[in-house]
Write a protein that binds this ligand. Structure first.
Ligand code: BGC
Length: 255
C-alpha cells in the first residue's frame, strides 16, 4: 500500500467524518473532522459538506483520490438504494456529483463494505485468508463479504428476509434502542440472524461492527453458533480507513 496518506470520508445519518489515513499503519494520520449531516441530506447538500472536509486536509493530501462511504448500494458510482437515507440518492450519479464538486477523483463505496475491508486488512479479521463476513449493527444492518482478502461488494445481507421480515427491522441496534431491549432480550434476535447467515454462507469468521460492538461481551457469549464470532476492532474508525483503502486500491488496480 502507498505511503502518501489518503483521505477517507464516512457519510452517516448524523455526521460526516473524515481523516487522512496512513495505509501502511492502517490508522488515522491526522485528527478526525466531523460535521453534522445536513437536515435535507441530498447528494448535492452532502457534497457541500464533503467539500468542507476536503478543504481541511487539502494542503496535506496532494492530488490523490478520496474514498467516501455511503449507506447505500453503489454500482459503477451510482447509488442504487436508500434504506435509511434521503430517497434522492436512488439512482443518483453520486460519485460523479462528488468528483465534479471537489475537482478530484472520488471512489464511492458502501459503508459496510468499507468497514469490512478495514477489519480484514487491519483489524479483527487481519490475516484471515478464508471467508469473512462482517456485519455492522446500527440504524440498519450492513454487511461485507470478503474471501481471501477480496471484497464481494454490495451484499446487503441486512435485508435478508427472515421469518417474513427484513432482517434489519428485527435485529439492527436501532431496534434494541427503539424497543428498550436489554442485551439479554436482544441476543435472541442476533442468534436468529447469525444462524441464518451461517447456514447460507458458512463463513470462517463472523465480525460484529457498529456502535454496539463495544458492548460485545454482553451478548456475544449468549450466542450459540458454529462459526467464531468476534467484535470489530477498528470501531468507528473502520469506515474512514476502509474507504481510503478501497480508493487507493481502485487507483492501483483500475477496472
Ligand atoms: C443499507 C446498506 C447499509 C446498511 C448499514 C442498510 O439499510 O441498505 O446499504 O450498508 O444499512 O448502513
Amino acid at each position: 500500500m502507498q505511503n502518501q496518506p489518503v483521505l477517507g470520508i464516512d457519510i452517516g445519518g448524523s455526521g460526516i467524518k473524515g481523516a487522512l489515513v496512513d495505509l501502511v499503519a492502517g490508522d488515522f494520520a491526522t485528527e478526525r473532522v466531523r460535521i453534522p449531516t445536513p437536515e435535507k441530506s441530498t447528494p448535492a447538500n452532502v457534497a457541500d459538506v464533503v467539500a468542507e472536509i476536503v478543504a481541511e486536509f487539502a494542503e496535506q493530501m496532494g492530488d490523490g483520490p478520496i474514498g467516501v462511504t455511503i449507506p447505500a448500494v453503489v454500482t459503477h458510482g451510482i447509488t442504487r438504494s436508500a434504506a435509511n437515507i434521503d430517497k434522492s440518492w436512488i439512482d443518483a450519479p453520486a460519485e460523479k456529483i462528488f468528483a465534479e464538486h471537489l475537482g478530484r477523483e472520488v471512489v464511492l463505496v458502501n459503508d459496510a463494505d468499507a468497514a469490512g475491508i478495514a477489519e480484514v486488512k487491519y483489524g479483527a479479521a487481519k490475516g484471515n485468508d478464508g471467508l469473512v463476513l462482517v456485519t455492522t449493527l446500527g440504524t440498519g444492518i450492513g454487511s461485507a463479504l470478503i474471501y481471501r482478502g477480496v471484497l464481494v461488494p454490495n451484499t446487503e445481507l441486512g435485508h435478508l428476509e427472515i421469518d417474513g421480515h427484513d432482517a434489519e427491522s428485527q435485529a439492527a441496534a436501532s431496534v434494541k434502542t427503539a424497543l428498550g431491549l436489554s442485551y439479554s432480550e436482544y441476543a435472541p434476535r442476533l442468534q436468529r440472524y447469525y444462524e441464518r447467515l451461517e447456514a447460507l454462507f458458512w463463513p470462517d469468521l463472523l465480525v460484529v461492527g457498529g456502535g454496539v460492538s463495544k458492548a460485545a461481551d454482553k451478548y456475544l457469549p449468549k450466542l450459540n453458533l458454529k462459526t467464531p464470532i468476534v467484535p470489530a476492532d477498528l470501531r468507528n474508525r473502520a469506515g474512514i480507513i476502509g474507504a481510503a483503502w478501497l480508493a487507493a486500491d481502485k487507483v492501483a488496480h483500475p477496472a
